[in-house]
Design a binder for this molecule. Structure first.
Ligand code: HEM
Length: 402
């Protein structure tokens, strides 16, 4: 436990840090990677370049500091981050490295405002926060290893099959090279893939959702090739997987992780996807259809060519009364008009969505890019008044804020 005086100092200085949080964490990363370049093997370089990760860490350290007296308040968020950390194999001994550099960066950015007293207080607070993460993660490491078919660290898988799902999305069917069983993951969970790319100085780790139901003798991931744009550089790992990794090649994976997972609570389920956000939802969908559980699947995509799994989902919807399937494209072509499942042009709106929803209470899961998530969340919770306990979402990339 922390001294009341320490708590007081931390709380009093939190607003200063908040103001300069992004500056501090940017400096922190530069400092840490120059002191400990080996950490470039686990951090996502693209997220560094576009400044997303600095913000996520800044926000979470501050949020933790503000809740320093009742850290149990932020436990759900700690768990979500801890899943990511466990998936990336973050270790207890790395916490002091992060702490040292974070405090060093605070000192260097804040200058005179960072007195010894202030820095010491934050050092203590960081220690307490770090211990919470370390304990939660320790439990997760043990759980992942001891479950049937589970494992510690990285496990080699062979690419058994590579299947093109759209112009930009390709599935990889992965089987463990040891031939042993796989764990019963929860639909919605992801794995970390280790990419050792020839010519690249460091390893690259990326998370991909498992896109098929659990209980198979393979894992499937479905990867979007990120070609880059004016705003974003091309995806280092996604282009490597698409262009260089073929059937017979080996990829190493950590055990499934993540808390965006299907829980039906005996209610019908509504799945809503934007673009490649459909991958974790495909795992949920396939699980639900195996159980003949009522499911409404609404997929938004730019167009038919960029829309993955459409033939498959249409076929299932044709065959099963428990499935209701609806597609929305940015622009609908003459060809699309002949397709009974393409029912909307433009964006998902409240009126259209409402017309598709089951009459009873349902559980809602959605996934996609940030603007899609914001819009969908607003429609569901504000316009259609769905209680937030029944609304679950995830986006790809570091959490923007707590
Ligand atoms: C991701 C917070 C310690 C490595 C994250 C994220 C947050 C966070 C908020 C984004 C989560 C998401 O994507 O959903 C923290 C806090 C820490 C801490 C508050 C200390 C108390 C560490 C340590 C390491 C580490 C010790 C290992 C050196 C990473 C990596 C990612 C990550 C590699 C993925 C980021 C990326 O590359 O995109 N962390 N973290 N973190 N963290 Fe931590």
């Amino acid at each position: 436990t922390l001294d009341p005086q320490v708590i007081e100092i931390v709380k009093a200085t939190a607003p200063i840090l908040e103001e300069r949080g992004t500056e501090i964490t940017k400096h922190f990363y530069k400092r840490m990677f120059s002191n400990n370049p080996e950490l470039l093997n686990i951090f996502n370089h693209t997220h560094q370049k576009i400044g997303r990760q600095p913000q996520a860490l800044a926000n979470s350290v501050l949020a933790a500091a503000k809740n320093i007296e009742q850290l149990e308040n932020i436990l759900p968020v700690v768990k979500q981050i801890a899943h990511k950390h466990r998936s990336l194999q973050v270790k207890p001994e790395q916490y002091p490295i992060v702490g040292e550099n974070l405090l060093g960066a605070m000192k260097e950015v804040l200058g005179e405002a960072a007195t010894d007293e202030v820095i010491n207080a934050w050092e203590e607070a960081y220690g307490v926060i770090a211990q919470v993460f370390i304990d939660v993660e320790q439990e997760m490491y043990e759980e992942a290893a001891k479950m049937e078919g589970g494992w510690y660290g990285f496990r080699p898988f062979v690419i058994d099959k590579k299947v093109k799902e759209s112009d930009v999305i390709t599935s990889f069917y992965l089987r463990p090279t040891d031939g042993k069983e796989l764990p019963q993951f929860q639909p919605g969970q992801y794995v970390t893939v280790k990419a050792e790319i020839p010519g690249e100085e460091y390893l690259h780790l990326r998370q991909y959702s498992l896109s098929d139901a659990p209980g198979k003798d393979y894992f499937r991931i479905s990867v979007k090739r990120e070609d880059g744009s004016e705003e974003y550089p091309p995806g280092v790992v996604s282009t490597f997987l698409h262009e260089k990794m073929n059937e017979g090649d080996i990829l190493e994976l950590t055990a499934p992780a993540g808390d965006f997972v299907l829980q039906t609570n005996n209610k019908p389920v509504v799945l809503i996807s934007g673009g490649v956000g459909l991958t974790p939802l495909m795992s949920m969908f396939n699980t639900l259809i195996e159980e003949d559980h009522p499911v409404t699947f609404i997929q938004a995509a730019q167009n038919r060519h960029l829309h993955a799994f459409h033939d498959y989902t249409s076929k299932v919807a044709n065959e099963k009364d428990t499935v209701s399937y609806h597609v929305c494209y940015d622009r609908v072509t003459e060809e699309d008009k002949k397709d009974p499942y393409v029912q909307k042009e433009g964006r998902i709106d409240a009126e259209w969505l409402q017309s598709l929803l089951p009459s009873e209470e349902a559980e809602y899961y959605f996934c996609g890019p940030v603007p899609f998530l914001k819009a969908t969340n607003q429609i569901l919770t504000e316009e259609l008044n769905i209680p937030s306990e029944r609304v679950h979402f995830e986006f790809f990339g570091p959490a923007a804020s707590l």
